[in-house]
Design a protein around this ligand. Structure first.
Ligand code: CTP
Length: 450
């Protein structure tokens, strides 16, 4: 029996896929098809796959030429599969011409002509028009955001709103670099031109901009911290719900594969009951920067608390949480280093943030049977290890974190705007609201003690 194998994502199964499988089967007697998992499709730069893996598997399985279906979840798997399944012929569309010649030492490699005029990308574009996005504010994060946005062809940044004149340095620089982005004179004009808004203005202005965007019926991706008041955060999420819009806080860590797996593993009991979580994020920041200069919302906790509180809220939930603060305060009254000490049902945690004090950017999760140590910088979760009493009993884990990682949150934002199922568990409104409550409490106490 001559065995043939082929691979693909097979999103929105179409005639091009069917014809490829028909011709692949004709090369032998038994056809095995490898279907990329959601995570592997993501890894290969397909951030906007519509059908979940179950649907894609089902579609391929129902195709009459297919004898067996397997999942493909990693680079290098093809070499192993060819040996494991005793493959005679590897077949794939000729958009991959030459890419799999390395398999020739193990089997025959055939590149089949693609069916012209059809692809999953074209079908996605037809079903979902390009998302037109506007940006409010264009500070330091703007360039990184624009770079990462380049990985998602489905979104186009078309307009910028910035309250300062066109001659201001940051606006001029932004518009000259991204010549396809027009400057909107007013917020209303911006909203007229776009479907969604990315809010990247100073922290204190988020609430007003997000509210205005939601009232105009626009989806919103807002830089962290979403806002500095629990009541305002609640109001914004309620408004998003009423207006049928997506509101998402842009905490990249919450959407990256390593962090998601870390949290799932920790919750699965691998280190027993979790009793302590220690997270830390510091970045020594020059005193002339915005992070120091606004007495109402500047400082270490406001700057980095969205990161350091995240694993704690994910692992302990948002109910029954109590907290207190300890800070090293700058003469200006701004905290140059803050520790939030938290307690939830007898479990402990600490979140350390520093603008003027340097520490190790690690995350430690301690349990009754062991601990998980996430290497710095933990917020770009790439490697972590599970340790137990026996020092030799260590398990290592490694994950990919592509570029600046913003593509993960942007990809999820697009998924949610398009209404795909099963994607909104990564950062819950209740978690954004609780972080806002903790920061609000901190700022209230700081103002009172000043
Ligand atoms: N294929 C084909 N003819 C097409 C589209 C795809 O022969 N018109 C083949 C590909 O060459 C590959 C297999 O079908 O061997 C699975 O391709 P996949 O990447 O899943 O589908 P595409 O439609 O190419 O997806 P996208 O537009 O996202 O790249």
């Amino acid at each position: 029996m001559k065995k043939v194998i082929t691979y693909g994502v097979f999103d929105m199964f179409h005639e091009g896929h069917r014809r490829l499988l028909e011709r692949a089967k004709a090369l032998g007697d038994y056809l095995i098809v490898g279907v990329a998992t959601d995570q592997y499709a993501y890894h290969r730069g397909k951030y906007c796959v519509v059908d979940p893996v179950e649907t894609r598997l089902q579609n391929v399985r129902s195709c009459p030429y297919v004898d067996a279906v397997i999942l493909e979840d990693r680079d290098g798997q093809k070499v192993e599969d060819v040996a494991k399944y005793g493959i005679d012929t590897f077949a794939i569309g000729d958009d991959w011409y030459g890419k799999f010649d390395f398999l020739r030492s193990a089997c025959e490699v055939v590149y089949l002509p693609r069916t012209p005029g059809i692809s999953s990308s074209l079908l996605r574009e037809g079903r979902y028009p390009e998302l037109r996005m506007g940006m409010i504010g264009c500070g330091r994060i703007a360039d990184r955001f624009m770079h990462e946005l380049g990985y998602l062809r489905e979104i186009q940044m078309v307009s910028l709103y910035h309250p300062s004149p066109d001659s201001s340095e940051s606006v001029r620089r932004f518009l000259s670099r991204y010549t396809y982005v027009a400057k909107a004179r007013t917020l209303e004009k911006l909203f007229d031109q776009v479907d969604a808004v990315y809010v990247a203005s100073p922290h204190g202005s988020h609430y007003g901009y997000v509210k205005a965007a939601l009232e105009a019926g626009k989806h919103v991706l807002c830089e962290k911290p979403l806002c500095l008041s629990a009541r305002q955060a609640e109001e914004l999420f309620a408004l998003a719900e009423q207006s049928g819009c997506v509101l998402m806080e842009a905490i990249k860590t919450a959407y990256c594969p390593g962090f998601l797996n870390l949290i799932s593993l920790a919750k699965s009991g691998v280190i027993g009951d979790i009793c302590d979580v220690e997270s830390c994020f510091t970045r020594l920041t020059p005193k002339n920067r915005r992070e120091w200069d606004d007495p109402d919302c500047a400082g270490s906790l406001v700057e980095f608390g969205s990161y350091t509180l995240l694993p704690i809220l994910k692992l302990y939930g948002t109910e029954d949480l109590r907290w207190s603060f300890q800070s090293v305060t700058d003469p200006s009254g701004v905290d140059s280093y803050t520790k939030v000490l938290l307690e939830s049902g007898g479990r402990l945690a600490s979140a350390k943030c520093g603008l003027g004090v340097k520490s190790m950017g690690e995350l430690l999760i301690c349990g009754t049977r062991g601990f998980i140590h996430v290497d710095a910088p933990w917020w770009k979760t790439t490697t972590f290890s599970i340790h137990r009493e026996d020092p030799a009993d260590v398990q290592h884990f490694a994950y990919e974190f592509l570029g600046d990682g913003l593509r993960y949150e942007i990809g999820d934002f697009l998924y949610r705007v398009r209404g795909y199922a099963g994607r909104d568990h990564k950062l819950l409104p209740s978690e954004s609201i609780k972080a806002a409550e903790i920061m609000e409490d901190f700022l209230r106490r700081r103002a009172r003690d000043r």
